[in-house]
Design a binder for this molecule. Structure first.
Ligand SMILES: [Zn+2]
Length: 463
């Protein structure tokens, strides 16, 4: 708490200083750009400094970090054994590493390198990232409350940088217990637009995407939007893991490869029975509850047939009982055979269904739809990653990270995780979705399937 108190004092002092500066400021603001530039050049010469290329956070920031007891670490070899080694031309402290003898300034290689923003503004930027605050509002608040001007593009760049750092700093948990898995798809809008639209894919599209091992089609024309695949899982405690897959041809990975690192002690896997999930459950000898995606439709049809034939209504339950054993609706693989009643009991008792993952997909789609408007699709993993982080934080802390204090704690973690060091190049090299061109064969395949699906609709033929 005393950090905040001393920060308040610091702010009050600054405010008092500002008041006496007002007149000078008014005079300065009245200058033409040329006059101001000349004055700044003179200032730089006499102070032997370079205002525009000041790359370290402000002194206030340093003080704050020191009070947090944060140790300076060598950005080259990550050694904590460092000593003070004079100051830079800008008057910032310089350190030398005992191990590799290189010199550096604090925060080199961290999230805040190259920024001269104050601690307060960094906390604010983390805060608005957590809240997905609209850029125009952030721009306004920075001007009004922090006397800082930033373009919306710059704010967006900061937002992406913070999203990346959070994803890197807070790895997704391992899911355990009863785990529901499924994919969801994000499609792009009209040709030329980089906006995402979140229409559920048709069954055909889902099948096509799956046969292509999550290849993302690209530039398919107006009627064939691009779509990205996100595989998600939710466990019995409510924790979520989500991986954006669907990299171009040649990089097809089976489910195990990209998702198994997020699966811990799974007692039941629940899915729609797609082969990749089946294979995984079989390999790991995990009981696998399968709920066919066409189950609802099938029950409806069976009830209708019965009604037409016998002029009597039957319940869902009767249909389920009749179809149990033929594996048309739902069943459990890698598990002992159960009588129907026991099967239904086990489903209720363990929560064997796909309800929670479906509900999460709906929330995720709403969120992405709202917050990625006008943002390039290549940033999809960042927005999904942040959303999952907030969701999991909510599970762990019983409330979402929403206060300035939460933002501050997260910022401290971002700067200190892994020994005060998140390398900037690490952040830059982090894998971002790479949309590649689809093969001609694939485009033709997709077209064919579309025609096929249209003919099904117009002719009313099933299968
Ligand atoms: Zn070193």
């Amino acid at each position: 708490m005393h950090f905040r108190k001393s920060f308040q004092q610091y702010k009050a002092k600054k405010k008092a200083e500002m008041a006496t500066q007002t007149e000078l400021e008014l005079q300065f603001m009245a200058l033409s750009p040329n006059e101001a530039q000349n004055l700044l050049s003179k200032y730089e010469k006499t102070h032997n400094t370079n205002i525009s290329s000041t790359v370290l956070p402000t002194d206030g920031f340093m003080d704050f970090m020191n009070r947090q007891g944060l140790r300076v670490v060598c950005p080259y070899c990550k050694n904590f054994s460092v000593y003070k080694h004079g100051t830079t031309a800008n008057g910032k402290p310089r350190y030398r590493c005992n191990s590799c003898s290189k010199t550096f300034t604090p925060f080199v290689g961290t999230l805040v390198q190259g920024s001269s923003l104050s601690w307060e503004i960094w906390v604010y930027l983390v805060y608005i990232t957590l809240h997905s605050t609209p850029l125009a509002q952030v721009k306004r608040e920075l001007e009004q409350d922090y006397d800082t001007f930033m373009t919306e593009g710059t704010i967006l760049a900061y937002r992406h940088k913070i999203q990346k750092a959070i994803i890197k700093c807070y790895p997704m948990p391992k899911l355990s217990g009863v785990v529901q898995v499924d994919e969801t798809y994000f499609r792009e809008g009209q040709k030329g637009s980089r906006n995402l639209i979140n229409v559920a894919p048709t069954a055909i599209e889902k099948r096509v995407a799956r046969t292509q091992q999550y290849t993302i089609p690209s530039k398919l024309g107006i009627n064939s939007p691009e779509f990205a695949c996100v595989v998600t899982g939710i466990d019995s405690s409510g924790y979520i893991a989500a991986v954006v897959t669907g990299l171009g041809k040649g990089s097809s990975q089976p489910f195990e490869e990209y998702f198994s690192e997020y699966l811990g002690n799974v007692t039941f896997l629940c899915s729609d029975g797609y082969e990749a999930y089946k294979r995984y459950a079989e390999n790991m000898a995990i009981p696998h509850y399968v709920q066919k995606s066409e189950a609802r439709e099938l029950i409806k049809r069976a009830k209708k047939d019965y009604r037409e034939r016998y002029k009597v209504e039957i319940t869902d339950n009767v249909v389920r009982q009749n179809l149990y054993g033929s594996r048309q609706l739902d069943y459990i693989d890698n598990y002992q055979t159960l009588p129907y009643n026991r099967f239904e009991e086990l489903k209720r008792e363990k929560g064997l269904n796909l309800d929670r993952i479906d509900s999460f997909h709906r929330q995720l789609k709403r969120h992405i739809n709202k917050n990625m408007c006008g943002v390039s699709t290549i940033y999809l993993p960042l927005y999904i990653g942040l959303y999952v982080f907030i969701h999991n934080w909510n599970i762990e802390h019983k409330s979402a990270p929403s206060s300035k204090a939460d933002a501050e704690q997260i910022l401290i973690n971002l700067l200190t995780a892994g020994g005060n060091f998140i390398s900037r190049t690490d952040l830059e090299n982090q894998n971002i979705l790479n949309f590649s061109r689809p093969t001609t064969k694939y485009i033709n395949y997709l077209k064919l399937n579309r025609q096929h699906s249209k003919s099904i609709k117009t002719n009313g033929i099933h299968n």
